[in-house]
Design a binder for this molecule. Sequence first.
Ligand SMILES: NC(=O)c1ccc[n+]([C@@H]2O[C@H](COP(=O)([O-])OP(=O)(O)OC[C@H]3O[C@@H](n4cnc5c(N)ncnc54)[C@H](O)[C@@H]3O)[C@@H](O)[C@H]2O)c1
Ligand SMILES: O=C(O)[C@H](O)COP(=O)(O)O
Length: 334
Amino acid sequence: MTEQRKYVVGITDHMIGTPDLEAEVLGKDVEIDFFATTDETLFAADRLARLDALMVWGARLGRRSIAHLTRCRGVVRYGVGYEKIDIAALADAGIPFANNPDYGTEEVADHAVAMILSLQRRLWEHDARARGYTSGWQVHSLKPLSRANRATVGVVGVGRIGTAVINRLKPFGFRILGYDPGQPPGHEKAVGYERTDNPSDLFARSHIVTLHCPATDETRGMLDGDGLARMKPGAILVNTARGELIDDLDALEASLRSGHLAAAAIDTLVQEPPGDHPLLSAWRNREDWLAGRLVITPHNAFYSDHAAVEMRQNAARTVRILLDEGRLRNRITA
Ligand SMILES: NC(=O)c1ccc[n+]([C@@H]2O[C@H](COP(=O)([O-])OP(=O)(O)OC[C@H]3O[C@@H](n4cnc5c(N)ncnc54)[C@H](O)[C@@H]3O)[C@@H](O)[C@H]2O)c1
Ligand SMILES: O=C(O)[C@H](O)COP(=O)(O)O
């Protein structure tokens, strides 16, 4: 006779393929219903209605699906950002929501700092130039680099990752500005940065800007044409947070073409993988004008062997605690 399981937990579009780690943490009394798709329209109503909890990786979760989660005690996102989850609809349905805030902080901070240092040292640009030299190194033809301890880095969003970035940058001697309206007075002293009261001031004063805030109504398009124009001529822009913060590829292209923006490194885009755009064609085709000045990584800043395991185990533990104690840790909404 098959054992009757006590709970049903849904898992959507799992990045690894088989939810074996989750099964181990969730335990034998949990049946896993695996939705192997990012397409929310394929989440069948009767399957949603059976779930005691739902774990979401990259899928959108909107009001239509949420309406079918009639016995669900909580929704848990595998990652940090939750702009694809309709948290207002979850709140209306009385379903608490949690994210997974601590799994890959170190990895994303390392990624951002690697991007900052390699653009500041112009590694990719000079690699491209050096490959074209046929008669000796033409060092004198390169724009000289600037010293790290003469440069200012502006950190937008001084939460977990922003703080980890600052801690990594301090030993290099960068001057560090931070903008984060969510942090209380005194946070700047505790972490070690100079607080700015608005993003424009930070953009105007920074040689390098690195983004670490969520995509919200307030931050979407923060670095559109106007935002980019506010940056220093010759500045560097790094985005490991969310593509929506730099949502205008025309403006980014214009800024890079004119040289106002010296370089950009981007791990997150509005459309992933990116579609067609002249800037992306120039990047794909390694066009000379852009050589080494636009670096794109495939939203893998978080992705280390450790973080991938931690993320899955932490999210599953959050669900197990919910099932056992009725308490949702890392809860974001009611
Ligand atoms: N690329 C990746 O692989 C990857 C992985 C993890 C997280 N992320 C993204 O990185 C970002 C930061 O993650 P975190 O773990 O540090 O989150 P966090 O919640 O610890 O920190 C975010 C900070 O942004 C601040 N903030 C909110 N609105 C702001 C605004 N308008 N201007 C400036 N700051 C604002 C908050 O007050 C908070 O301190 C999130 O967008 C997350 O989704 C990306
Ligand atoms: O799914 C994603 O958005 C990322 O791959 C990891 O999640 P996070 O960036 O929200 O942590």
